[in-house]
Design a protein around this ligand. Sequence first.
Ligand code: PGA
Length: 252
Amino acid sequence: MRRPTIIANWKANPATPRKAIELARKVERRIGRIKNVEVVIAPPFPFLAGVGRILRRAKLGAQDAFWTGGPYTGEVSPVQLAAVGVSHVIIGHSERRIHLGESDETIQKKLPAVLGRGLAAILCVGERERAGSEIPAIVGTQLEQALAGVKKSHTRNLLVAYEPIWAISTTPGAAADTPEGAFRAMLYIRRILSRLYGRPAAESVRVLYGGSVTPENAQAFLREGKMDGALVGGASLDPDEFAEIVRRAAGR
Ligand code: PGA
């Protein structure tokens, strides 16, 4: 069985390094003794080094990476992220796709760069709307496009986060997907991974759920939805809620 992974995606929060370190300390205190769950905290770039210094139990994640260093104003490379202790990088989050015009082509360059540097990549895929129970083909397209340059040997460091946009807490009218819906998406994603890389490699990839995850629904996604963990936005800014999600993942 794959060990579950719970990721805190702080997005552009909090406002100051002091608050970021305080939040990380509170999370660390609450999760210190919880075993059998991999925990990753992904703060904004300016707080990576400071937060990284105080993390013991949790690993350090980044919310994005560019594919290389050099003359690219405003960007941050995988090498730079690794140098400050980052082990995981979120790639292709829907907020970047929507607000920054991040395309499948861009993601196609970022993913091999992150994996090639030996970092774990969390590739986000998810549809804007879903009618009925079928997982829309766009999820498969996003996955195939993103993975076009990813070698089979790099899939052991790959995580795929299924995040339907309509379920992300900041989307107006958002509600979490059902465990059944997430389960279906997970099967669909694994089928594509199997076709691309063969069954054993596909089985080594963790498939996470994201979108309005709370302490109340986390366990159902892991147990009934058979997800390998969760990508948590809003609830990750509350140390009690986030720690409770980690605790429930441990007791799945
Ligand atoms: P949410 O965000 O948990 O606030 O819905 C998830 C995400 O956008 O990664």
